[in-house]
Design a protein. Structure first.
Length: 421
């Protein structure tokens, strides 16, 4: 497969700096919807409060044009999953969602059994739209419950109440066979007993996939500027996490990824593609993409982040895009803010920061298949980590031990700085 002219060409004398996978991995499409009703104080995503009616027609047209440009990157390949993330994608009308999916299917080859996920927040509008989402082509919904305790919702700055969350989950389960619920634990004032009660209340609704995240104070958020009082200390946070995990395990959920828990046959296929270093087109404001070209290299892309900048990009088709350290003369997608070919020294960390999130890890040969690098590129560091008991000493797979999984960030730092281990 050759690289299209729509993105920068690797200078021939630097070809050896860009390892190439042996074959294209599975392909997904991520579509970013940047608007939300109100930005939560813990959120560092590319999201913007809605001001008046959404510019749906212009947004759908921009997504279609962005997708048409990037389609050249994946000519002949088949899409296995599509994910609407945000922001709050459920703010879009079902008609807009249907139109976007029609553009995707008209532009790319999409597998008949492709997983199509829509993120949604609880609310009356969402409850009324559930069946229309299915008719539009969605077959999996991920609902931002975040808490089923009024105190938790208030502490997290959420605008829905417990009743709305329960009703939205219940409505989704009546229509979709696969429903995920997001939970955030470790919020100010939470107790282990309260966390246990929240999870039990959620499971009573019948969800088969739960994403449970520890509240993290991210830079450039309101919580970073003014940390909330009453955050649990390390001991209480550990007890809260243990309570959450115990209830899920007791209900038959497998913790297959750091923050993901599922019953059999309910794992998120789209996210598994990320964690196994698959490819994905990133469409929409601020969306990131990763595309592999056997024999050439791995290209990472990033779209213009602000919605206004993104929506107006199509009016500036002759303006060159910024491409980090590379010639911009052949870059023609006006929605692209930056693109670069991944260097050899960055690939081990990029691969492992995804693969080691999985409880089972990945088959060892996948490292070479997806990066183009021999295992020898990480062998010394892997052996040192194995000697410390942080990763498995197994010729068949790459995975953390339970201890290493607990301190995953430290394990990953070793692939950036060998002095760590």
């Amino acid at each position: 497969m050759t690289k299209p002219d729509a993105y920068p060409v690797t200078p021939p004398n630097e070809r050896e700096s860009y390892p190439a996978p042996s074959k294209p991995p599975p392909l997904a499409v991520y579509i970013h919807v940047p608007w939300c009703v109100r930005k939560c104080p813990y959120c560092d995503f590319n999201s913007h409060p809605q001001r008046g009616a959404l510019p749906e027609r212009a947004f759908v047209a921009a997504l279609a044009e962005d997708l048409a440009h990037d389609a050249a990157l994946v000519s002949g390949r088949t899409v296995t999953s599509i994910f609407f993330g945000g922001g709050t994608p459920s703010l879009l009308s079902p008609d807009a969602i249907a139109a976007i999916l029609q553009h995707v299917r008209a532009t790319l080859s999409v597998a008949a059994n492709a997983e199509v996920t829509l993120e949604a927040n609880p609310g009356a509008t969402e409850i009324a739209a559930v069946s229309a989402w299915r008719d539009a082509g969605v077959n999996r919904v991920s609902i931002g419950v975040q808490s089923l305790d009024p105190a938790g919702l208030a502490a997290l700055g959420r605008i829905h109440d417990v009743h709305a969350a329960e009703r939205t989950v219940a409505a989704a389960l009546e229509v979709f066979p696969r429903v995920n619920a997001d939970l955030i634990y470790g919020w100010p004032g939470q107790t282990p007993q309260g966390a246990e009660a929240e999870v039990m209340r959620l499971l009573a609704l019948g969800v088969a996939h739960v994403s449970a995240y520890e509240l993290t104070i991210e830079p450039n958020t309101p919580f970073a500027a003014a940390p909330p009082a009453g955050l649990p200390d390390e001991t209480r946070l550990g007890a809260i996490e243990a309570a959450v995990h115990a209830v899920l395990a007791g209900a038959g959920f497998s913790r297959y990824e750091v923050s993901a828990f599922a019953k059999p046959d309910h794992r998120a296929r789209h996210n598994l593609n990320y964690w196994t270093f698959g490819d994905y087109l990133g469409i929409g404001p601020g969306a990131h993409g990763k595309i592999s070209f056997p024999g050439s290299g791995i290209l990472r892309t990033r779209k213009r982040a602000h919605p206004n900048d993104y929506l107006s990009a199509g009016q500036h088709r002759n303006r060159p895009d910024r491409v980090q350290g590379l010639d911009t003369s052949s870059v023609t997608n006006p929605y692209t803010a930056a693109a670069h070919w991944v260097q050899a020294d960055a690939l081990p960390f990029e691969f492992l920061m995804n693969a080691l999130r999985l409880a089972e890890g990945v088959p060892r040969p996948l490292f070479t298949e997806r990066t183009g690098l021999p295992f020898a590129a990480i062998a010394d560091t892997w052996e040192r980590l194995a000697a410390r008991g942080w990763v498995v000493d197994d010729a068949a797979r790459l995975a953390c031990t339970p201890l290493g999984w607990r301190y995953l960030n430290t394990v990953l730092e070793a692939f950036l700085d060998p002095m760590v281990c």
